[in-house]
Design a protein around this ligand. Structure first.
Ligand code: F6P
Length: 538
């Protein structure tokens, strides 16, 4: 029997939701202090959460819920290396990777900060060598292209961060290949020269089917054009499984390790970030780490009402559990963050898509939301119709920068005007009366357009306004979402750091592949067998 939904505080939150359900954001905004009361400035980050369906009482109750679940001590447990990933008996210390303090972090009698620094130094030396050409390919040429092969956390994090920091790229071009669909590798290698291409094989386990298949094909490509001896120079691996890497044929000095206390989807801060360091240089990669560290300090030390990840986590939970919102959208108004939501989608859905709680019982409340999103203004001309006039409640995070990296005439003002306009339209809508005034003369062809042109509003948004897109601010932003997800997982009492839910499909794929190779069927369900037969006759 799950506990949190039986607590008084949960029951009070439910009651409170019913009480405030009929209050419109238009009513809340009669309070001239609303913006001041529900916004927060933390250095270069500004969060406006006033356009949410919340009152001071809501936040008070949510903070009480966090207290009830001992959120602060759960946060400390993570930072102190307690084994909070209890199904895998592991600490969760991606935060140690970016910890810039002098403090030691002892795990199994070892100060892991020393190990971490050694690997970072290696990332520094290697990325520098690739960038300045002192590390060359087999035929003595400088590397022009780097192909990073990985999937899931070994792909999405570095891929999305790398995209976000494209403005700062001044090293070899970095490509990312994840899908086992040969077309992805083929298309990426199409215009590359084996002599000037370096492969980074990123896999925590070094057993993941897709990555291993792609890595072998990449190896064959090098063998076809160069020689066996070239592998040592053209391949590096990022993995915790040294033995498997060596079996694959990658030399020991080209192995970048990380540790089991770093979850795949939290690993961009580790050597998995090597392609980023190659693209932007180690100095800037380190600024990205510093950004993450700044958010860690903030998360650990600030009270609930001054704490960005805690506020975002609790407000998100409010909709998820008390308004039955099934999804939330992340809408960055910045080209460089076009794929940002892809990474947060994995981070959130792989972390909190769980139905078993700390007591090994099925939860009796909703856990992780569906996360999705696309950049503005493009989204406005695609899915925003549903956000404005659909039947579903979809809370959104809008992310914008005060300064554009490409300040050309009034582009940025137009972009930001759209961001502000959308959150305003979503919050306040347009009443029948307002529509009547506006379209008095447009009521043509006998169609009453008034209901069609009415916007109910009351659709909640957060706006995260950041001074400027830099490696540091991207580090902060990513850590902000990591911790937001932590807050929610901690309150739902689920393990945000395992991912057993991906295993069944992986195992079945291996079984089915064997059947495909022997041209037989599983002899089990008629649908899968039927499909296999169809596939095999082709
Ligand atoms: O599919 C789940 C998963 O285990 C992710 O958590 C992980 O990031 C990804 O696969 C890739 O795993 P690996 O880095 O071991 O290849």
């Amino acid at each position: 029997m799950s506990r949190i939904n039986n607590t008084n505080i949960w029951i009070n939150l439910k009651k409170h939701q019913k009480e405030i359900n009929s209050i419109h954001l238009r009513d809340y905004f009669k309070d001239p202090n609303r913006f001041k009361s529900f916004s927060l400035e933390v250095d270069d980050f500004f969060l406006d959460y006033s356009k949410n369906l919340i009152s001071k009482e809501t936040m008070k109750l949510l903070y009480m819920l966090a207290n009830k679940l001992k959120l602060k001590s759960q946060i400390n447990a993570m930072f102190n290396g307690e084994k909070i990933n209890w199904t895998e008996n592991r600490s969760v210390l991606h935060t140690a990777l970016r910890d810039k303090s002098k403090k030691s972090i002892i795990i199994n009698n070892k100060n892991i900060k020393i190990e971490i620094q050694k690997v970072l130094d290696k990332v520094n030396t290697f990325s520098n060598g690739i960038r300045n050409g002192s590390l060359k390919g087999y035929t003595g040429k400088k590397f022009k292209s780097v192909v990073h092969i990985g999937i899931g956390g070994s792909d999405l994090g570095p891929r999305v961060i790398n995209d976000s920091l494209k403005y700062y790229h001044d090293g070899p071009k970095v490509y990312f290949v994840s899908n086992v669909d040969a077309s992805e590798l083929k298309e990426n290698l199409k215009n590359l020269s084996p002599e000037t291409t370096l492969f980074l094989i990123a896999s925590k386990t070094f057993t993941t089917q897709e990555t291993m298949r792609n890595a072998k094909t990449a190896k064959n490509w090098i063998l076809k054009y160069l020689s066996e001896k070239a592998i040592g120079k053209h391949f590096a691996a990022i993995s915790t499984n040294e033995q498997k890497v060596i079996e694959f044929g990658i030399k020991k000095s080209n192995i970048f390790t990380f540790w089991d206390f770093v979850g795949g989807r939290y690993s961009s801060w580790s050597s998995i970030g090597l392609p980023i360091a190659i693209a932007i240089g180690y100095k800037k990669f380190n600024e990205f780490l510093e950004g993450g560290y700044e958010m860690d300090i903030h998360f650990q030390n600030k009270d609930y009402h001054e704490n960005l990840p805690i506020i975002l986590g609790l407000v998100g939970l409010w909709y998820n559990n008390f308004f039955n919102a099934q999804t939330y959208a992340i809408i960055p108004y910045d080209f460089y963050l076009s794929n940002f939501s892809d990474h947060i989608q994995q981070l959130d859905m792989e972390s909190n898509g769980k139905f078993i709680d700390r007591d090994n019982q099925k939860v009796e409340y909703d856990t992780g939301p569906i996360v999705w999103g696309k950049p503005g203004t493009n989204g406005q001309h695609a899915f925003f119709q549903l956000l404005h006039q659909g039947t579903k409640l979809i809370p959104c995070d809008f992310i914008g920068f005060k300064k554009s990296l490409n300040q050309i005439e009034d582009h940025h003002d137009i972009l930001m005007a759209n961001l502000f306009a959308q959150t305003k339209a979503l919050a306040f809508g347009l009443t029948k009366e307002e529509v009547k005034k506006k379209i008095l003369h447009e009521n043509k062809n006998g169609v009453d357009l008034i209901p069609h042109r009415t916007f109910l509003g009351n659709r909640p948004t957060n706006t995260i306004l950041i001074d400027k897109l830099t490696p540091k601010s991207i580090g902060k932003l990513l850590a902000l979402y990591e911790h937001k997800i932590f807050v929610q997982g901690a309150i739902w009492e689920i393990n945000s750091f395992d991912q057993w839910g991906v295993e069944l499909g992986k195992n079945l794929a291996s079984e089915i592949l064997k059947k495909i190779k022997t041209k037989s069927t599983l002899g089990e369900d008629v649908s899968t067998d039927g499909l296999l037969k169809k596939y095999l006759t082709l």
